[in-house]
Design a protein around this ligand. Structure first.
Ligand code: 3H9
Length: 698
């Protein structure tokens, strides 16, 4: 017989024999908000007060155990009891308390488990300390109880990487005491019965000692200095772990103080914004439409892009028909895919069996007619409107009714492409980013006549491929490449006016970009931008200042990494500035009569970011992006924008619209054609609103 008491809206205490089962039920992910914390304290107290209960077991309802602290509470007035106090109360329980986490036990969720007297995971469990991804450190004793359970090295690895660890690995590290198959409630009950029978030993984690591991601390310090210089709390993590050899209360006080300081740090605010951006973008007007079923995908084009898309589709479980005109092109495409999947095996991201299974789902063909049975076609041939329209005209005749016809174009007008078919409602842009098997961004480009369920299918596809789908309207370059084309010009102006490509790259890398624009250009291939500029040359306004340096470099066959030189030289000696590119820059300055100026790194960053923000603001104003946060997601997941800065428009809010307007007006004194204040920004400067306000409006 069992008897259940409701503790509060998110917590129950069920008595089964001598076991008190505490169930956390706070959908969607059982985040440990105030009600969960209060519920845990009260439930443990109630179980202690119940003379019939001898062992207490905590488990959770729904898809996962506690996914961490409730991030939505961060930045607001802290509500009692705090999570550290809650966990201390659990550990202080006179009666043994165990936990049976399932799904994911992350951050505060894992820390709750650490505070119980034994842990038995449910098979399939994954645990982690992902606070690092939010600019924080574990703030509810993870840096103190972690080392007591699994040593300093494992704790530092988990806390600094934020990686999720399997239940099996957690067991081998001593982080959990058992791993059983079954329903969370059953596993919790069985484990509690094992405590009663003496089979499962319990102990308080804070009673355990910690061995000082100087080597692990040193290695962590070196890694942080090298790779995490913008992280606000990484050094504190190391210090907190070091303190775990001392009294628990001291370590916890230091950890708490660092956590609270971290919360206020702009870098943590940026990273939290990035967390929500990743999720917010899936909220689209077509969200209620039912996606179409997709099992088989056709990919046209076996180049880098097409084979990257095919790789991503195969990895996500789809059958793929890859189309190339020639057998030679097809063999090359299959070779790329084999290489991509082989790389994933080498990096430990995929098992050999999974790779073989993926390859078995690949059907290469030189016959377009074979696309008659696919549910979705993604065209990834080179950027030429006539070629694309010809392909879509053919697809219109070949593909079955209801098949979705998508183009991976980076710039071209999807409405015009759709006009080549008799079914524009089935046509959409699915703009992947290179390398498509690795990059997380997918721009879902919605044309005038695209049907809502086709849009919903694009988002379902993104989710299945573990990508971040962002809804974009039709314009040249959509969200990302349109903004890039604009601020890329600023970099060119800065270069022509006196800054070297290396200074520009270094300044932006110091700002936080993984790579500056010239290194990125060299990596992507300078010929891509060149082709695009040629395409646009007929419509380029006469008033626009045009920097010819890139074109001149391309004219000499220097396309970047793939040709061994571009703005930099790439050879066995590594990367270094290309003297020929510097000569071209000098010659161009001389030809235009430009006397090179000196720029500080701050000036470079200021102009570059102001340009990015102003075009991003226009993209929001025109409704090309649904909300500012969609632009942020595009840059975070497709353009290497520093996560700790939260995205261009989150960053814009940290500067303020007034200052941005003032900057643009100042720059416009030299180039009034290029620098214009977007109306939306002027309005914001006048009424004091922010991009964050626009995000709230949706
Ligand atoms: C922490 O724990 C600090 C402590 O050390 C110390 C404290 C003192 N809070 O991701 P999904 C929402 S820091 C609030 O799409 P999935 C999410 O926004 C925390 N909300 O699901 C979304 O809402 P919506 C450390 C949260 O199945 C919905 O839940 N923990 C939280 O793909 C579904 O989320 C983390 O960083 C949260 N903690 O993945 C873990 N988590 O539907 C963060 C999620 O309105 N969470 N939401 O858009 C995750 O990694 C994933 O959510 C998880 C599930 C893997 C759990």
């Amino acid at each position: 017989m069992s008897e259940t008491t409701k503790i509060n809206d998110v917590m129950t205490l069920e008595r089964v024999g001598k076991v008190g089962l505490i169930c956390i039920d706070n959908p969607p992910v059982n985040a440990s908000g105030q009600a969960v914390r209060q519920g845990l304290v009260d439930a443990v107290a109630a179980a202690n007060a119940d003379a019939g209960i001898e062992v207490i077991a905590i488990y959770a309802a729904g898809r996962t155990f506690v996914a961490g602290a409730d991030i939505k509470e961060f930045g607001k007035t802290p509500l009692e009891p705090s999570l550290p106090d809650t966990i201390n109360a659990i550990e202080a329980s006179e009666k043994p308390v165990i936990s049976a986490p399932h799904g994911t036990a992350l951050g505060g969720g894992l820390e709750i488990c650490m505070g119980t007297h034994a842990r038995v995971g449910v098979k399939g469990l994954r645990v982690g300390l992902p606070e690092v991804n939010l600019g924080l450190l574990p703030g509810a004793s993870g840096t103190q109880r972690g080392p007591r359970l699994m040593g300093m090295k494992n704790t530092l690895d988990m806390a600094l990487s934020g990686r999720q660890v399997s239940g099996e690995e957690a067991l081998s590290m001593g982080l959990i005491d058992g791993l059983e198959a079954g329903e969370p409630r059953d596993v919790a009950l069985a484990a509690a019965e094992d405590v009663l029978s003496g089979k499962l030993k319990t102990r308080r984690t804070s009673d355990l000692g910690v061995e000082l591991d100087e080597a692990a601390l040193d290695d962590a310090a070196k890694m942080v200095a090298k790779k995490m210089k913008h992280h606000p709390t990484a050094p504190n993590m190391i210090e907190a772990v070091r303190m775990s050899t001392g009294p628990m209360a001291d370590g916890m006080a230091y950890e708490r103080k660092s956590f609270m300081e971290g919360l206020k740090d702009p870098a943590s605010q940026g990273m939290r914004h990035a967390f929500f951006a990743e999720r917010a973008v899936s909220k689209i007007p077509e969200g209620k439409a039912t996606p179409r079923e997709i099992a088989k995908i056709g990919v046209i084009g076996g180049g880098t892009m097409g084979s990257g898309i095919a790789t991503a589709a195969l990895t996500s479980g789809f059958a793929v028909r890859l189309i190339e005109i020639s057998q030679e092109g097809l063999d090359k495409g299959v070779g790329f895919i084999t290489g991509n999947l082989g790389g994933a095996v080498k990096r430990g991201k995929m098992s050999e069996a999974k790779r073989d299974n993926a390859m078995a789902r690949l059907e290469p063909s030189t016959d377009m007619e074979s696309l008659s049975d696919v549910d979705l076609v993604i065209e990834a041939v080179f950027e030429n409107m006539d070629v694309k329209k010809d392909i879509f005209g053919q697809l219109d005749k070949i593909c079955k009714p209801g098949a979705i016809l998508a183009s991976n174009t980076s710039y071209l007008d999807i409405n015009e492409i759709a006009s080549a078919t008799s079914r524009p409602e089935d046509v959409i842009g699915l703009h992947f980013f290179s390398p498509a098997n690795l990059m997380r961004l997918l721009e879902v480009v919605v044309a005038d006549k695209t049907a809502p369920e086709v849009v919903a299918t694009g988002f379902a596809l993104a989710k299945k491929m573990k990508k971040v789908g962002v809804r974009a309207g039709v314009c040249d370059g959509f969200i990302g490449n349109r903004i890039l084309a604009y601020y890329g010009k600023t970099a060119g102006y800065l270069m022509e006016d006196g800054a070297s490509p290396q200074q520009i790259d270094n300044a932006l890398e110091d700002f936080g970009f993984a790579m500056g624009p010239y290194k990125v250009g060299d990596l992507a291939g300078l010929d891509i931008g060149w082709a695009n500029r040629k395409r646009m040359s007929a419509t380029r306004p006469n008033d626009e200042r045009y920097v010819r340096i890139h074109d001149k470099i391309c004219e000499e066959g220097m396309f970047g990494r793939k040709t061994g030189s571009g703005f930099y030289i790439y050879d066995d000696e590594g990367i270094r500035p290309n003297p020929r590119a510097l000569e071209i820059i000098d010659a161009e300055r001389a030809a235009k009569g430009i006397l090179p100026k000196t720029f500080t790194d701050e000036e470079i960053v200021e102009r570059y970011m102001t340009a990015m923000i102003s075009e991003a603001a226009r993209v929001v104003e025109e409704g090309i992006a649904l909300r500012p946060i969609d632009v942020d997601a595009v840059f975070l997941f497709g353009y290497g924008f520093p996560r700790f800065r939260g995205g261009p428009l989150h960053y814009a809010d940290t500067i303020g619209a007034k200052e941005l307007v003032a900057r643009i007006e100042r720059y416009a004194e030299d180039d009034a054609y290029y620098w214009k204040v977007p109306a939306i920004l002027r309005r914001m400067a006048e009424d004091g609103t922010t991009f964050a306000d626009l995000n709230k409006e949706g």
